[in-house]
Design a protein around this ligand. Structure first.
Ligand SMILES: Nc1nc2c(ncn2[C@@H]2O[C@H](COP(=O)(O)OP(=O)(O)OP(=O)(O)O)[C@@H](O)[C@H]2O)c(=O)[nH]1
Length: 386
């Protein structure tokens, strides 16, 4: 209900004095938001208390509707604001996603995005090409099939799980056409909105691996005969000794007899051929546990793994007899040759070079005693000298 004060303050709407004037505040939940003014120019005292009650109800309803409209407009404004923000964010995301795709497309190496179980989510053309899979046919496929050994895949996943990323994991992959190649795989986890996936890149390093193998071959083998060179033989002999500290082994040092004369009489190439055929023949006779190497010139050494002095001596004698019976054809000429050798036990934890020196002493004795024979040190023997 309006107070008298409020009414008296009200000004008529028109300049003609009204005979009845009513002023009602439009009040809802909040303080008055507006005022409803009614005036009548002809009938005095028109706004009786009963009429005022009705008008008050009407004013209240009006206030509610008015408030509703205001709230609706406010909501509409907020909605517009929200839509604007969403549109802006979407645009931003689209731009970022566009950048990301552009970067991935420009990546100069094969990549794949896979699920944790190895299913390909996306890949680039370079990967498809390297794995010999037609464009777009990798998505949905299991990448596990491209690992040459399933154990490699397990090791790769174990490393990824342990460190969160893997750098240059060396393994062999195979293409869909079953072509094997060496690859370095690097990977990291990527957390997408609702799942964790793996982003991996691969680089083919088959050429490097082949070169590495070639360098290893060159560094460890003798170019003429293809067997171990002195350095590699010493290293492997020491490695075997460490791996089997309680295994009995013997070392045989071999030197071809009168090789200078053979070279002088038949030429260096004939000497080379003799060295090659000698090596091949000896290799044929040796067991897997034996280690054969060229120490230089016409000198060779063998570790008889797991043989005691008696059995090693028998083996050395068998080799000596075999070589004695060999003949190498040089043009129409049949060349025959022999070797002298020194034998000794490789004592536990004794440096291989030191045992080699003792075998060399036996070799010297064999040469001095007329060649084409095998000698061993007295202290090593439980039987008399030959
Ligand atoms: N063809 C050829 N000859 C080699 C090679 N390496 C070393 N020689 C030769 O082997 C010969 C070794 O001669 P010496 O050390 O005098 O020994 P030897 O003539 O076998 O005499 P003894 O050992 O006393 O029986 C030398 O003439 C070397 O030039 C090689 O790779 N090829």
């Amino acid at each position: 209900m309006l107070s008298t004060n409020t009414i008296s303050l009200m000004m008529p709407i028109s300049h003609v004095q009204p005979r009845s004037l009513c002023c009602l505040p439009l009040v809802n939940t909040e303080p008055s938001i507006s005022v409803m003014v009614l005036e009548h120019r002809e009938t005095p005292n028109l706004f009786s208390s009963r009429r005022l009650e009705v008008l008050e109800l009407f004013a209240a309803q009006y206030a509610i509707s008015f408030e509703n409209i205001r709230l609706y407009e406010q909501l509409q404004q907020q909605n517009d604001q929200l839509e604007h923000t969403v549109a802006q964010r979407t645009q931003e995301l689209e731009r970022k996603s566009h950048y990301l795709l552009a970067i991935l497309d420009a990546l100069p190496m094969p990549y794949a995005l896979t699920t944790l179980s190895g299913e390909c989510i996306s890949s680039n053309a370079l990967l498809n090409e390297r794995l010999e899979v037609p464009p777009d046919q990798l998505t949905g496929q299991s990448m596990v099939q491209f690992y040459d050994s399933p154990e490699d895949r397990q090791r790769f996943l174990a490393q990824l799980e342990q460190h969160g990323s893997v750098s240059n994991f060396e393994c062999r992959l195979r293409t869909r056409q079953q072509q094997r190649f060496w690859a370095l795989v690097s990977a990291t986890y990527v957390d997408l909105q609702d799942e964790r996936v793996i982003f991996s890149t691969i680089s083919d390093f088959s050429e490097y691996k082949a070169l590495e193998k070639q360098l290893y071959q060159e560094a460890n083998t003798d170019a003429l005969t293809g067997i171990l060179n002195r350095r590699a033989w010493l290293a492997l002999a020491a490695k075997q000794q460490t791996a089997h500290p309680f295994r009995i082994s013997c070392i045989l040092m071999i030197d071809l007899d009168h090789f200078k004369a053979l070279n002088d009489n038949y030429g260096h190439a004939a000497g080379d051929e003799v060295l090659r055929q000698f090596t091949t023949s000896i290799q044929r006779e040796l067991r897997e546990d034996d280690l054969f190497g060229r120490m230089g010139g016409e000198e060779f050494a063998i570790v008889f793994g797991g043989l005691d002095l008696d059995r090693a001596y028998s083996a050395a004698e068998r080799l000596r007899t075999m070589v004695e019976g060999l003949s190498v054809m040089i043009d129409t000429e049949e060349l025959r040759f022999t070797f002298s050798a020194g034998l000794c036990r490789l004592r536990p934890s004794e440096p291989v070079t030191s045992a080699l020196k003792r075998a060399d002493k036996g070799l010297y004795q064999a040469k001095a005693s007329g060649r084409n024979q095998v000698w061993f040190e007295k202290e090593d023997a439980h039987r008399p000298d030959i």
